[in-house]
Design a protein around this ligand. Sequence first.
Ligand SMILES: [Zn+2]
Length: 146
Amino acid sequence: MPVFVDPSPPGVCIFCRLIAGEIPTAKVYEDELTLAFMDMGQLNPGHTLVAIKRHAATLLDLTPDEAAAAMRTAHRVAHAVKATFNPPGITLLQANGKEGDQTVFHFHIHIVPRHSNDGIALSWPRKNPPRELLETYAEQLRLKLG
Ligand SMILES: [Zn+2]
């Protein structure tokens, strides 16, 4: 993962500053709950971020309406990215927590246009546990979901 260092003062969130207009950004789309803007790093042309306007650090801090709004905006922007840059692939990346590779602790979704051999890689170390173990995991989750 690329290393991004937030240049904002301690306790101040760079995305909140962007959303407030304190830092200039190349805005793509805005609605009541979300703002989409160009990622400064541009892994490929058209790389866009969708952020929730209210400060919420992770997916788990969103309201259901904000979560739905974020995906609705990501879906809309992905169509625009496809129509504009025509990448053969698009990857969505949404990271939560330092261990989840989150670098800006304000909820956002990356919309990354993808091309063959574009140098972007995600390590995916499969563990392939037995099916019985998967059933116990599923049962635990079902109990929490009610
Ligand atoms: Zn924020």
